[in-house]
Design a protein around this ligand. Sequence first.
Ligand SMILES: Nc1ncnc2c1ncn2[C@@H]1O[C@H](COP(=O)(O)OP(=O)(O)OP(=O)(O)O)[C@@H](O)[C@H]1O
Ligand SMILES: [Mg+2]
Length: 467
Amino acid sequence: MADLSKHLLLVEDEGPLRQAVAEQLTDRGFSVEQAESGEAALARLAEFAFDVIVTDLRLPGIDGSAVVEAAVGRYPDIIAIVVTGYGTVKDAVEAIKRGASDFVNKPFHIDELLHALDSALEQRRLKSENAYLRAQLQERYRFEGVIGKGRAMARVFQLLETVAPTNSTILITGETGTGKEVVARAIHHNSPRRMFRFVALNCTAIPETLLEAELFGHVRGAFTGAVGNRQGRLEQAHKGTFFLDEVGTMSTALQTKLLRVLQEREFERVGDSHTTKVDVRVIAATHNDLARMVADGQFREDLFYRLNVIPVELPPLRERKEDIPLLVQHFLDKFRAEGTGGQARAAMTVAQDAIRRLMAYSWPGNVRQLENAIERAVAMSAGRSQIDVTDLPVEIQQAHEPALPSSVALPEDGLDLDAFIAHVERELIERSLERTGGNKGRAAKLLSLKRTTLVEKLKRFGKAVET
Ligand SMILES: Nc1ncnc2c1ncn2[C@@H]1O[C@H](COP(=O)(O)OP(=O)(O)OP(=O)(O)O)[C@@H](O)[C@H]1O
Ligand SMILES: [Mg+2]
């Protein structure tokens, strides 16, 4: 809950409403001052460095947006929340552009305001306000946090562009560390819901007994320790996106309740008889094979179909090695910027033979493992401007390209040269087609062949060749 020592300036022209909100905020431990107009607010702000300002958007005279702008201009660290009586996203967007952290619609419950304050404070802790606002305002976030240029990721991006703006439920699958969560966030940021919250819940991070309350919230006295009413994550995601991570580990009892949420968009808080409705877009993720779990009777089939409306499969890193140099650069920049002692270091590069090992390795932990390896390498490089093979973890140093030389070793009892060469030829052609996204012209060039020669060879393989 909110920090007890926060000084809050409340700006609202309606006296009784202002008084009521001020009292509730005081009850929650804020030290509240009131201003009945924009002018009065600016005068108070000139004299005192408030931690938080909560302002009505529509005020006679100087309006709330201008108050926010003045407040943030003077105190870049102040948290500004606007209250809008008109519910138009446009006004709220304007206020956010001018520096507000969040907004609540009138009429609001005090918990909504407190929640907005809490998340703003939390965000503040996580990153500098500027970075946060920039991220929020990134109209063209365009899957920017998701790095990948190769064919495998191009397919993923294409799908994401199509489905992000919709309300469809999405099921993201992929091995650990393939970027399921980054992709879920990117979808949210590319959807009309981006002005609202992205709330994540990882089913494995929370003991089964607490998961239900975490998901749906609870009312006072619902179970031992339930001292007050509490919103669950689903409610927190109202109008935004709810990300249900590791959905494959849910108990069947909870699966049933989740199914109802997906069908009806409603549920009850634990211990509550009153039904709560929510408007959320659901994105689920799992590294499990849910279809198999359905077959084994471990996962509800109806829930699977409800979740799997749009399946997004993230390829393992070993199947998109062409993206490794790009990812390496991305993480180098990241860890260099984070640099020791907050000082940005000079540009760093990676020795080409280190890149080769990185590309030869099989990456069971996928992008996360690569990220860790680069973080470690930056530390190991101890100020050198280049990362060398020896800065890499030992298992990666030992990685070998499944290179041709090893496959041309002559077996003890000899081999069939023609068949062997035909096999190598076919494999190289397939790889070059893969690399060029099936473009025969460019694939031929890669192999120093004429396009017609390549097409002929493909025909010989018995491939259906569309020309
Ligand atoms: N395409 C990508 N571009 C940039 N960073 C990525 C990409 N994919 C993953 N990452 C980074 O790798 C790490 C792991 O990603 P994330 O947490 O999204 O994986 P995950 O699939 O949810 O893994 P898990 O199943 O273990 O939860 C994160 O730090 C993330 O920023
Ligand atoms: Mg994850």
